[in-house]
Every structure is written in C-alpha cells, then in structure tokens.
Design a protein around this ligand. Sequence first.
Ligand SMILES: [Zn+2]
Length: 180
Amino acid sequence: MPEFNRQQYARIQELRNQGALFEDFSAGLDAHGVVVMVSCGDCDYIKDIYDHKCGLHGCKVHSLTMNGGGILLSDATPVDRSLHLDQVMIGAVMESVSLKRAKVVALGSHWPCGKAGLLDMSIDDIIACTLHGRNRLKKLDADLGVYSFLHVHHEDGRERTYAINHKHPVFMSYKLLQEV
Ligand SMILES: [Zn+2]
C-alpha cells in the first residue's frame, strides 16, 4: 500500500491550483490511432491508468511498462546509471513509434510510486524527470506528440490522472529543463 506524504500531496494540490497539472487529459489523444504509452507497471494502479483516466479510449495502446515509468527516460533519475535505463527506454519508445507508425506518446509517472520512493524522489523530482524525458524524445523527433501525465492515488482512495502542462512557468524553474 502507498505511503501517504502530506507535504507531497499539498504540492500536488498547489500545482493543480496553478494550472501546472490539470485533469483533462483526453484532449488531442482520441483522434490518433496508436498511442505508445510509457508507465510504471504497478499492479495497483495500471488498470486505472489504462481504463479510466488516460483519455486513451478509442486508441490502440502500445504499452511499455517498467518500474518508475516516465521518470526513467531522464538521465538525471538517480537510478543505477550502469544499467543505462534511460537509453533502453528511449530506444524502446522510438522503436515502438516506428514499428507501430505511432504519432503520439503518452509518457506517465505516478504518485505514490514504489520505485520513485526507493530513489527518494519528490513530486517535483518526478515531474522534472518526466518532462526531461519528454524533451529528450522531442529532440529526437520534433513532430512526435508527447503527452506527459501524472497519475495520483489520493489519500481518500480517489485515483486521478493529471496532464502535466509542460509550458507552465513553474516548470521553467527546474534546472534540469533549462538544459534542453
Ligand atoms: Zn511505480
């Protein structure tokens, strides 16, 4: 079961109030055929991500799941770098895009995430690494649509998937995102 951290939930609420995270994730996705979806494979949440909250209804989902999901595409994630997981994941995404002729990638992380917890990552760390991964994909293919999202299991049991507004000024202060 998740460990709830009030400070991090307060941060999520703050980002929602600022419009940096927003609930309407479906815009722009349904019109496309195949969506390559990167997410954590956490068995407690993956069904909700698939079935209800991603706005992927009507799309064919080509799924790439690994513990941590979207955070892994950043080389700033504090994982064991000898594994080169960022390169593995980016390679798998681009290969999937090519194999399935996909025009859209849904790049997601979630909270609370066991992997992110092991790495002692905050909400801001998770979002920064997810958006960094997004930027790295866009650098490889500027025409690729990359929708970043954060799935949240709230303290009262509700599950919500928030789109991450990558253009929001609050994220411009992330040092990691100023590099790209
Ligand atoms: Zn997880």
